[in-house]
Write a protein that binds this ligand. Structure first.
Ligand code: GLV
Length: 327
């Protein structure tokens, strides 16, 4: 039943102001029942009678959910939408929206944070000190890798890859990028970025940072053969999606010292993290927080709410990832 004639929208998880107020103006908001598991059958059941679902990246929104009668739109509070089967959504004429752009700076900042933290062993150093092991300055204590002037390889040069390249300029880094879509020459020049094939990028980079969406083509794009191509002194950074990297192969490469270290924000089976990674001091691990600044998460919430509100009112939401559904 809807009250006041407003369409019903399932809100999978609480989100941040001003999202709730924007959503409540356009829809009757149905919170996902507390404690209910996040599986497709449960989500389908909760979505019965709703025109929309406001989802987050841990919600599996696939055929079972997308075939719910009357469902018109799924608004993901994320730029990535690999948790949603877009082909199935399109087949069922369900619009899918995301939150591009507003998280580029926070995510680029965080990729650089991981790069610096891993290169200069800051987490390890912090633990060392807190454990009372700092007994005085020593010339060989906590030696790390140089960042200024080093070579950075960007796997993917979309908005976030470009944001990282921009930051790298301040560190006088040589920037290589691999992407099937080359940047226009003026953008390459402005960013000081040179296109390379993946093999060259891996062979020449001191830092490799991943900025591709998760698709069937990018799944396990970095695995044993790619780690073999990297420098033994290289550090791998991932703020995109976990399954782009073969996590078991990464553990093997780190164990065999094929590469020096890794800074990771995302994992293959979140929230699980390969136990091999957890025990390695040369790996910096964050719990998928690259976009987690107060302002960015609030802007993501507002954008997702506006996408949903527009669709619930019968309009064409601005950030439609399957535009063929709504001409
Ligand atoms: C976060 O990972 C996002 O896709 O927004």
């Amino acid at each position: 039943m809807s009250t006041g004639g407003k369409p019903r929208v399932l809100l999978m998880h609480p989100f941040l102001d001003p999202g709730p107020a924007i959503l409540a103006e356009a829809a009757e908001v149905i919170p996902y029942p507390a404690g209910r598991p996040l599986d497709e059958a449960s989500i389908r059941q909760a979505a019965e009678g709703c025109v929309g679902i406001v989802s987050q990246l841990m919600d599996p929104i696939r055929e079972t959910v997308l075939s719910t009668p009357g469902l018109k739109v799924v608004s993901n509070v994320a730029v990535g939408f690999d948790n949603i089967d877009v082909a199935a959504a399109t087949a069922h004429k369900v619009m899918v929206t995301n939150t591009p752009g507003v998280l580029d700076d926070a995510t680029s900042d965080f990729a650089f944070t991981l790069l610096m933290a891993t290169a200069r062993r800051i987490v390890e150093a912090d633990h060392f000190l807190r454990q009372g092991k700092f007994k005085g300055w020593a010339i060989d204590m906590m030696l790390g890798a140089d960042v200024f002037g080093a070579t950075l390889g960007l796997v993917g040069i979309g908005r976030i890859g470009r944001g990282v390249a921009h930051r790298a300029k301040g560190f006088n880094m040589r920037v290589l990028y691999y992407d099937p879509h080359p940047l226009p020459p003026d953008a390459e020049q402005q960013l000081g970025a040179t296109r390379a094939d993946l093999g060259r990028l891996l062979a020449e980079s001191d830092f490799v940072s991943v900025h591709v969406p998760l698709t069937p083509e990018t799944q396990h794009m970095l695995s044993t053969p790619q780690f073999e191509q990297m420098k033994r002194s290289a550090i791998l950074i991932n703020t995109s999606r976990g399954p782009v990297i073969d996590e078991a192969a990464l553990v093997q490469a780190l164990t065999a010292k094929k590469i020096l270290g890794a800074g990771l924000d995302v994992y293959e089976r979140e929230p699980a993290v390969h136990p091999g990674l957890v025990s390695m001091p040369n790996v910096v691990l964050a719990p998928h927080i690259a976009s987690a600044t107060t302002r960015t998460r609030s802007e993501m919430s507002a954008m997702a709410a506006r996408n949903m509100a527009t669709a619930a009112r019968g309009g064409r939401p601005p950030n439609l990832v399957n535009p063929e559904v709504k001409k």
